[in-house]
Design a protein around this ligand. Structure first.
Ligand code: ZN
Length: 201
């Protein structure tokens, strides 16, 4: 048994904080101490925000985004292009594309990527719903914005095969040299992919 240095309620707080991504037991202990010291200024508003999020957060029934309205703000936005659907693995990817103002379209969150090693198959992802949306006559392009990993790319191939009879163009994000990237520092895989995806200048 490890020595308990704080009361059980505080140990519980530390344990729960330690479950957050990128927060190990040491950082969790530090975060808990910070919260306790800043009880009024930080902990109380945080507790209230957590409770509000608990009560109000919903998963969008159209795209799988997380929001406090359903359909989500993106799906409800009438200024969005309806012809393209951007397919992402996770809500974090959707939010990243939105932060980048990358495209003014709608999204479809798969909820992960196919991963035989982790036992994640097509039925575990929102693939059926995507195929249904791709058959909407208003939709002309499906943009696969999936990770450039083995799982991401095999998921992209799987979806492309399923969409062969839908009247949509299937595209994917370019792979290559990052903005500000120096060729000398790129790994061979990135460099080779960039050469394959070269575009007219
Ligand atoms: Zn939505």
């Amino acid at each position: 048994m490890p020595a308990v240095s704080a009361g059980p309620e505080i140990e519980r707080l530390i344990q729960l904080l330690a479950r957050l991504p990128n927060l190990g037991p040491r950082s969790a202990r530090r975060a808990a101490l910070f919260l306790i010291k800043k009880r009024e200024a930080v902990m109380a508003p945080l507790a209230a925000a957590l409770q509000t999020a608990m009560d109000k957060v919903e998963i969008c029934r159209l795209c799988g985004n997380i929001d406090t309205q359903n359909p989500c703000a993106v799906c409800s936005d009438t200024r969005r292009e309806t012809s393209a659907i951007v397919v992402v693995a996770d809500v974090a990817d959707l939010w990243a594309l939105e932060r980048a103002h990358a495209i003014n379209a709608r999204y479809h969150v798969l909820g992960g990527t196919l991963s035989p090693l982790d036992g994640i198959g097509p039925d575990d992802l929102a693939i059926d719903a995507l195929v249904k949306r791709a058959h909407d006559p208003a939709v002309t392009e499906i943009i696969l914005a999936l990770n450039a990993t083995v799982d991401g790319q095999s998921t992209a191939h799987y979806i492309t095969d399923l969409l062969h009879d839908a009247a949509v163009k299937v595209t994917r994000l370019a792979h290559g040299v990052p903005v500000g990237g120096e060729l000398d520092y790129l790994d061979e895989g990135t460099l080779a992919a960039a050469m394959r995806s070269r575009t007219p200048f």
